[in-house]
Design a protein around this ligand. Structure first.
Ligand code: C2E
Ligand code: CA
Ligand code: CA
Length: 339
């Protein structure tokens, strides 16, 4: 057998041997092993390099789940380096306050009036250009940096919203990681107080993963938040494992129907049926329903017919930088005064 083949066989043997249950008196204990493999000459000729590459493979194996092994491949270096670099830059960007918030309007289905703006993070990176939150939020969550960054988002969004006309709300996304820290409720209170924003104008968007992990503690936090007078929305509804059952667990104020359902409205019969069911459910339970990712007039008309209360999407507006947002608000106010 080649070096690689025997390394694989050995790795599996080690995992199997260490994984055997151990009897300690009346108890049975199991431990596990995870293995990273690099072989010479394919993966390097120097001990240091081989070691580093095996370590990278180990890191990947751990991410894939315990009791497994992975063989080094060339892309692993680059992916990890890229990730570490982003992490480093993110710390710097936070310190230098380089993150920005864009705001996307959420409008009433019946009258087309702006009900709220959702705050969405933007990162204008000095060399990479605009980095998408879909790329950097997972790293911020992994490293815990989402806690200070998330606090910044809350403060910034509340401060901005306090300058808007009285009825318009602001929606802020919360990561499940922010629930793991003790100070979430005081942070929210402090953001509201500092901005002098009425709690009724703040909406916090969570995904069902908040209720999945440590649900009892998180549920208690959600209740404390809601007792402040703010609203809690369930984001990306329908994409998780048991969205429906969570509606029973917590009195959500709002359901955001995920854009994947909206996108296929005209094409997929099931999506239309699901949207209809959710809109009906919302109406019966007194929960506001919002359709996300509305891009065409056909989608809008369909959603209106099904009884969705609000919509959000490129059809009405993309997320806007603060200058454009303020302009939109000024125009809306002028139009209201003229009417
Ligand atoms: P999300 O909360 O589901 O936000 C909606 C996403 O859909 C946004 O992507 C928005 O720009 C995009 N979108 C809105 N209308 C349309 C449309 O008509 N068509 C299409 N194709 N897309 C539309 P974005 O801004 O890239 O944000 C991605 C995700 O990153 C968000 O998904 C949210 O989960 C996360 N995120 C953004 N800002 C924050 C934040 O401040 N904190 C946390 N924890 N997460 C954030
Ligand atoms: Ca959201
Ligand atoms: Ca969403």
């Amino acid at each position: 057998p080649t070096g690689l083949e025997s390394a694989r066989t050995l790795a599996q043997a080690v995992i199997d041997a260490i994984g055997q249950p151990i009897h300690l008196g009346s108890q049975v204990v199991t431990i596990g092993a995870t293995v990273g493999i690099a072989v010479a000459p394919e993966h390097g000729l120097e001990v240091d390099i081989l070691h580093r590459h095996a370590d990278l493979a180990l890191y990947r194996a751990k991410a894939a789940g315990r009791n497994s092994f992975k063989v080094y491949t060339a892309g692993m270096d680059e992916a990890l380096e890229n990730r570490n670099k982003l992490e480093f830059d993110m710390h710097l960007a936070h310190r230098k306050e380089e993150f920005r918030l864009h705001y996307q309007p959420v409008v009433g289905m019946a009258d087309g009036q702006v009900r709220a703006f959702e705050a969405l993070m933007r990162w204008p990176h000095p060399t990479r250009g605009m980095v998408s939150p879909a790329e950097f939020i997972p790293i911020a969550e992994e490293t815990g940096l989402i806690i200070p960054i998330g606090e910044w988002v809350l403060r910034e969004a509340c401060r901005e919203a306090a300058t808007w006309p009285g009825e318009i709300k602001v929606a802020v996304n919360l990561s499940p990681v922010q629930f793991r820290q003790q100070g979430l409720v005081p942070t929210v209170v402090s953001a509201l107080v500092n901005a002098r924003l009425d709690p009724r104008r703040l909406e916090l968007e969570i995904t069902e993963s908040v209720l999945l992990a440590d649900s009892d503690a998180n549920l208690a936090v959600l209740h404390q938040l809601r007792d402040l007078g703010l609203r809690i929305a369930m984001d990306d509804f329908g994409t998780g494992y048991s969205s429906l059952s969570y509606l029973r667990t917590f009195p959500f104020d709002k359901i955001k129907i995920d854009q994947s359902f909206v996108r296929e409205l005209g094409v997929n019969r099931h999506c239309a049926a699901i949207v209809r069911a959710v809109a009906g459910l919302g109406a019966d339970l007194g929960i506001t329903t919002v359709a996300e990712g509305v891009e065409t007039t056909e989608q809008r008309d369909h959603l209106r017919l099904e009884g969705c209360d609000e919509m959000q999407g490129y059809l009405f507006s993309r997320p806007l930088p603060v200058t454009a947002l303020r302009k939109l608000i000024a125009e809306t106010e002028q139009a209201a005064q003229a009417a």
